[in-house]
Design a protein around this ligand. Structure first.
Ligand SMILES: Cc1cc2nc3c(=O)[nH]c(=O)nc-3n(C[C@H](O)[C@H](O)[C@H](O)COP(=O)(O)OP(=O)(O)OC[C@H]3O[C@@H](n4cnc5c(N)ncnc54)[C@H](O)[C@@H]3O)c2cc1C
Length: 464
């Protein structure tokens, strides 16, 4: 156990990820200053610390059994620089808090995942992506500066380009997507998207099969900033609903809306929860949900004005929806594959149907170019995410086989969603993991920062 600096108290807690699998017991600390955090790191034994944001990663990335888990609610500064279109925020600040500060001032996040309840630290550590990856890339693309307490307890100010010091740029990119293993991010500055309204102009189209849907998504790449498809995972044809959008311009708003074009009130807007299957989740309830969800979508609708919360974060309106899977929890299987391996999308859906794993949340997105971060997930092509109950018999064997197919096709799984990946697939899925590993060793991260996920997935990176 770590000896805590004077004045820093710990609380013993059971921790798990959003999927509610793999619980651990850890001592949780909340340092109140950088100096206290540095002192904690300097006194910590090897592989004893890991940072945690809001625990929205699905598996065991933000926890360590019998370790010390660092939460940063005290790192809550938000400073908007409207002239440069950037914000500087403490790592413990949530994207929800940032949106409340920047939207009324005419700015939007460069990238937002499907929930705004993630921290700046978690967004950088997982290098999260949104519905605009094909246009804007992932979160790390927009970070101009980050401040890290590394494994020696040193405070490092890191930027994406070398500025004569290649080591610091390497550590920057090892931290982006590095899942907390290079140190604790305490603050970051990132660029924002200027907006003139807080509404999104949305086009929605239903497709009766997956082939048509995927063809439409490729076309949408050049037309829209945001696009996402919901797929009916139980339909053998893979019917789905494609939703595309862009920030609405002032002239698209009604006169009443134009009176307050940057209005932002996510609570009120999200008070109509999306329709979720109630009660017990099984094949029948998921089938009924999927049918209703497909029918509810218009065959085709253009220019509908939607608020930020329902468009980007529909599930945030439903508290604790992750509990509908019962005590065994659920897994989110998310992979990315190059365009040439698009066939793995229908193959995965078919394999999940065969094993009887019902998914009501099956989401398909497009990815554009990657960034320099060796452990960042997105690669150009497709990404599919499917939520499945963890207790389905035979599921793990099917997923292991799918991992092999994805790896062979040059694809990869997403660490932020993973709760079960085997370390042997990591070197091929992340071919630059060895360079990441060297940087990590240089930052002395290996001696201090470690997570339950790292125990599972890093063994083969060390030996390649
Ligand atoms: C409903 C839902 C929808 C989602 N949609 C998307 C999506 O569309 N796209 C996407 O990319 N992801 C998505 N996610 C996943 C989520 O964005 C990531 O898992 C994100 O990392 C969670 O942030 P967090 O603050 O909760 O971090 P945690 O889950 O607590 O931690 C995640 C990782 O970040 C590290 N970390 C946290 N804080 C720090 C810090 N200060 N310094 C260093 N490391 C740190 C942790 O050690 C851990 O490895 C979704 C999750 C949910 C629940």
């Amino acid at each position: 156990m770590t000896t805590l600096p004077s004045g820093l108290h710990s609380q013993t807690r059971t921790l798990m990820g959003w999927g509610r699998t793999n619980p651990v017991t850890a001592q949780v600390v909340q340092p109140i200053s950088v100096e206290q955090l540095q002192e904690l790191v300097r006194g910590a034994p090897p592989r004893s610390l890991i940072a945690r944001g809001l625990g929205r990663s699905y598996g065991d990335a933000a926890q360590l059994n019998n370790g010390t888990v660092i939460e940063l609610p005290a790192f809550d500064r938000i400073e908007l620089d409207a002239a440069s279109g950037t914000v500087t925020a403490g790592a413990g600040v949530s994207l929800d808090q940032i949106l409340r500060a920047i939207v009324p001032a005419g700015f939007f996040l460069p990238v937002t995942p499907g929930t705004r309840n993630v921290t700046v630290g978690g967004a950088i550590a997982a290098d999260v992506h949104g519905k605009n990856h094909h246009v804007d890339g992932s979160f790390g693309h927009h970070v101009q500066r980050l401040v890290l307490v590394d494994g020696k307890g040193s405070l490092r100010v890191l930027t994406p380009s070398s500025q004569g010091n290649g080591d610091q740029a390497a550590l920057f990119w090892a931290t982006v997507g590095g899942m907390g293993l290079t140190g604790v991010i305490v603050e970051a500055t990132f660029s924002l998207i200027p907006i003139t309204t807080s509404l999104i102009s949305v086009d929605t189209t239903r497709y009766r099969d997956l082939e048509l849907l995927m063809a439409a998504m490729v076309e949408a790449d050049a037309k829209y900033r945001y696009s996402v498809a919901w797929v009916d995972s139980l339909d053998p044809k893979g019917r789905g609903v494609l939703t595309c959008g862009d920030h609405a311009r002032l002239e698209q708003l009604s006169p009443a809306q134009q009176a307050d074009p940057l209005h932002y009130d996510p609570k009120a807007l999200a008070s109509t929860p999306p329709f979720l299957p109630g009660g017990l989740l099984n094949k029948l309830t998921v089938r009924a949900f999927n049918e209703a969800w497909y029918r509810k979508a218009p065959k085709q609708r253009e220019g509908e004005l939607q608020a930020i919360a329902p468009f980007f974060h529909p599930l945030d309106g439903v508290q604790d929806w992750n509990r509908i899977y019962g005590p065994a929890g659920f897994l989110q299987y998310q992979f990315a594959v190059p365009n040439e391996a698009a066939y793995l999308v229908p193959r995965t859906l078919e394999a999940l149907r065969q094993v009887g794993a019902p998914s009501f949340l099956t989401v398909l997105k497009r990815f554009g170019p990657s960034n320099p971060a060796p452990m960042s997930f997105p690669i150009p092509g497709w990404t599919l995410a499917a939520d499945v109950p963890a207790a389905v018999p035979g599921l793990l064997g099917v997923l292991d086989q799918l991992d092999q197919d994805i790896q062979a096709a040059g694809g990869r799984l997403y660490f932020a969603k993973d709760a079960r990946m085997h370390s042997r697939v990591v070197p091929q899925m992340y071919p630059r993991c060895q360079s990441w590993y060297s940087t990590w060793l240089g930052a002395r991260g290996s001696q201090i920062f470690w997570s339950a996920q790292a125990c599972r997935v890093l063994a083969h990176c060390q030996s390649t």
